[in-house]
Design a protein around this ligand. Structure first.
Ligand SMILES: Nc1nc2c(c(=O)[nH]1)N[C@H]1C(S)=C(S)[C@@H](COP(=O)(O)OP(=O)(O)OC[C@H]3O[C@@H](n4cnc5c(=O)[nH]c(N)nc54)[C@H](O)[C@@H]3O)O[C@H]1N2
Ligand SMILES: Nc1nc2c(c(=O)[nH]1)N[C@H]1C(S)=C(S)[C@@H](COP(=O)(O)OP(=O)(O)OC[C@H]3O[C@@H](n4cnc5c(=O)[nH]c(N)nc54)[C@H](O)[C@@H]3O)O[C@H]1N2
Ligand code: SF4
Ligand SMILES: [Mo]
Length: 712
């Protein structure tokens, strides 16, 4: 075609076609990939596509979920108007009406039963600004101690473990860039290939540079395929495996004695404890060959640098905190922390899994990672909020424990923002029963989720396309999500919803914000001097520097890349080596003739959490349409199970029916079921509700079950 013809066609096309570009960040995982929504208008029809945008963490990459996120955000089932239940049916109502009813009910319940009859359940998928305001709202507007959030099911044991050992919890102690240059990488219970796909190139590059990769998982995954050694561990025994490694390192003198003496406490106790363990017994208990334990320990001990990454596989255990701390011991005794190409990474889950656990949604916490039980922390935050310290509630209970309080009639009402707890909590049948007992439930969501269907009032929230604010990514990098897509219908931003409720409760003077940035300005002050200090971070700086890694105590100071270079964050600058003892009140689920198989749960690449969003994306739904159960061929044969058989899976807590997927990549004694599907196929109906005593994390990764084939 000649240039002239091309020009003619281009001009003609431009006349009928216009294009709008909207900046945002992916609504899903902690990589927080920057992206753009491209809206093409051809005559009167609009077409959308999402493309990656360069930034230092994801380097412009997007995975399949990010590429299709707009499909749920633009789905016709988005709620666009408040809904109120009248005679068991939802009716659209005005914001004025919805707020009036909320005011009336909250006020009545508070007056009749006291402020602690009200409660709040938050999320790590909302922005820092929203997490901050929600925490303030519970304490200042409702004056309740009952607030907690879905991160309790997600990062709680990694956070508690790091706090106890290092004195501070930022998911990555080092930078993501350093992964490429480290010599050994331990991936403990993490499936990065499915869960943080755009992080994979860092691991691939490390491997190309000669790093030795060890993956610990009861199943083969696309992550374990990258590893030099895959440790196909018996679920729930990672703590024993790590103790085995510690014993090999100590007995072979592969330790950094000067680091241990100058920077840690408690090594002698660890040494004494390890001397009581038998490596042969550990091999039997974990199902890992003794030679592998020895080889892995020796590789880790002999290389000059090494990094350990953990995720929910080892953390979502009833001894998750202890397990994390035992892995951290490996870094401490070999001195592989506080320096380049070394360190720890708890691979963060949700988009704002990091930030949302720093600014006061957690029941025992105040902004800046302060403690609600600490006198000076309470005084500082009370002053920032303009209240008396004596009016600031103390700590309440964890997420799942709030449902117990509902069941005991202590909590009468709940506001749930951005979570679907009847699908995501353990012992899901109980959670549904408890929520149905509330006298008044308000849910803010994008959709009429399984949980929202139980509500008295559902409030329409804006999504990642519309809602500007900051998210703290996997690296601890605070990033500005510059969302400005037009708001759909009468939805409101989560922070606006909180402010509106505060206003009708006559607490508007504490919630005067007109933009997310105004909230961030207050958060900067509230976090000043705290462990998660954001006071040097501004919207301008985040735009210019493409995100800033905390702590960042002044606008003049640099971001912090490597933590603990000089000292750890405990008062005396030393880390606490942990000595494992199973908590006296805990006993782990064990196999029996009634429940002869382990069940573990997790994720698939194309779906996200309870699936509320990804099940509404046609492209993602098409990849996995229903729940399934991975089972080893030999085990399947024992139970007369064929491929795609319908199988009843049963635990002490309940039963579900799912289809079989026969794979030789899983252990023979273990089944795997992902948790992204709705109630009928919800694996959480089977999950035990025992909680980790230090952080109240449920044991999602270890339940004992029995199975029976439903095919005739
Ligand atoms: N595609 C997708 N990506 C996601 C999410 C999603 O839902 N879908 N969710 C996001 C969130 S919130 C989170 S928290 C992260 C979760 O990220 P991950 O923790 O990586 O994901 P999981 O699949 O829950 O668990 C990881 C692996 O642990 C293994 N595992 C199970 N039991 C054990 C055990 O006892 N020991 C060991 N060593 N391993 C075990 C499982 O087989 C699984 O492969 O992903 C984030 N990214
Ligand atoms: N068996 C088992 N259970 C698990 C896990 C496991 O590995 N195994 N993992 C646990 C983990 S790690 C996590 S993080 C939890 C997550 O559990 P949930 O918090 O229940 O998960 P989501 O599906 O993200 O729920 C988010 C809800 O908020 C809505 N939403 C999305 N964006 C917005 C927004 O901007 N504003 C508002 N107001 N609403 C919004 C969505 O439509 C959806 O209904 O599940 C836990 N449960
Ligand atoms: S799901 Fe995670 S890796 Fe995939 S595009 Fe979104 S933020 Fe990036
Ligand atoms: Mo999570």
């Amino acid at each position: 075609m000649s240039d002239l013809m091309l020009k003619y066609f281009r001009e003609k096309q431009q006349k009928v076609q216009t294009e709008n570009v909207y900046n945002t960040q992916c609504p899903f995982c902690s990589m927080q990939c920057k992206m753009q929504l491209i809206e093409e208008k051809v005559i009167s029809r609009k077409h959308y596509k999402s493309i990656g945008k360069d930034n230092p963490t994801s380097n412009g990459r997007l995975c399949v979920k990010g590429m299709h996120a707009h499909q749920h955000a633009l789905h016709p089932e988005r709620i666009k108007q408040p809904l109120m239940k009248v005679n068991g049916q939802f009716q659209e109502v005005s914001w004025k009406k919805a707020l009036e009813v909320i005011k009336e009910k909250f006020t009545h319940i508070k007056k009749t039963y006291g402020p602690n009859a009200l409660s709040v359940y938050g999320s790590a998928s909302i922005t820092n600004e929203e997490a901050y305001v929600l925490g303030k709202f519970a304490r200042v507007a409702l004056q309740t101690k009952y607030i907690d959030y879905n991160g309790r099911l997600c990062m709680a044991s990694a956070a508690t473990g790091a706090n106890m050992t290092f004195g501070m919890d930022r998911g990555f102690t080092n930078t993501i860039e350093e992964i490429k240059h480290t010599r050994v990488i331990i991936l403990a219970g993490t499936n990065i290939a499915a869960c943080q796909p755009t992080m994979m190139p860092y691991l691939e590059q490390a491997k190309n540079n000669g790093a030795y990769i060890i993956a610990i998982d009861p199943r083969e995954t696309n992550t374990t395929k990258l590893a030099d050694i895959h440790v196909k561990i018996k679920p729930g025994t990672d703590i024993d495996f790590a103790n085995g490694m510690l014993k090999v390192l100590v007995e072979n003198d592969m330790i950094d004695t000067s680091f241990i003496h100058t920077k840690t406490h408690n090594y002698d106790n660890l040494q004494r404890y390890l001397s009581t363990l038998s490596l042969e017994e550990i091999a039997t208990k974990t199902g890992v060959p003794l030679s592998d334990i020895i080889q892995i320990a020796k590789i880790f001990g002999s290389e000059p640098t090494g990094m350990i990454f953990t995720a929910r596989g080892i953390e979502q255990q009833i001894n998750g905190t202890d397990t994390v701390r035992t892995f951290l011991n490996l870094l401490l005794i070999t001195g592989k922390i506080g320096k380049k190409y070394c360190g720890y990474g708890a691979i963060t889950g949700q988009g704002n899994g990091q930030g949302a656990r720093e600014h006061g949604q957690k029941t025992d916490q105040l902004p800046g990672y302060r403690s609600i039980e600490n006198k000076s922390d309470r005084q500082y935050i009370s002053k920032v909020w303009g209240i008396e310290e004596s009016d600031l509630p103390r700590k309440g209970v964890s997420a799942y424990e709030m449902f117990k309080k509902i069941n005991q009639n202590e909590i009468k009402s709940m506001l749930i923002m951005c979570s679907n707890p009847i699908v995501s909590n353990p012992n899901a049948n109980f959670v549904k029963k408890a929520l149905s007992k509330l006298s008044f439930l308000v849910v803010a969501d994008l959709f009429l989720s399984e949980t929202a269907q139980l509500a008295d009032i559902v409030l329409p929230s804006t999504s990642y396309l519309e809602d500007e604010g900051t998210m703290t990514n996997v690296e601890g990098r605070v990033m500005l999500r510059e969302a400005n897509f037009p708001i759909q219908g009468n939805a409101k931003h989560d922070w606006q919803i909180i402010c509106e409720i505060a206003r009708v409760l006559k607490k508007e003077k504490y919630f005067p914000y007109t933009s997310a940035e105004e909230i961030f300005e207050e958060l900067r002050i509230a976090s000043r001097g705290g462990k998660a200090d954001y006071s040097g971070i501004t919207y301008e700086r985040m735009k210019k520097e493409k995100g800033v890694r905390w702590p960042c105590p002044s606008t003049q100071s640099n971001e912090t890349t490597i933590l603990f270079k000089e000292k750890f964050a405990h008062g005396d600058g030393k880390a606490r080596i942990f000595v494992n003892e199973l908590h006296p009140n805990l006993s782990k689920p064990a196999l029996s003739t009634t429940y002869p198989l382990y069940l573990t749960t997790g994720r698939v690449m194309s779906h996200y959490l309870t699936g509320e969003q990804t099940r509404r994306s046609s492209s993602l739904r098409a990849r996995e349409v229903e729940a399934y159960m991975e089972i080893h061929p030999e085990t399947a044969k024992l139970y007369h199970i064929r491929p795609n058989s319908l199988v009843r899976v049963e635990s002490r807590y309940g039963s579900i029916i799912v289809r079989s997927r026969i794979v030789s990549t899983i252990r023979k004694d273990t089944l795997f079921i992902p948790f992204h599907w709705d109630e009928k196929q919800n694996v959480n109906k089977l999950i035990d509700d025992t909680l980790d005593p230090y952080c109240q994390m449920p044991g999602f990764k270890l339940t004992v079950v029995t199975i029976s084939c439903m095919d005739r």
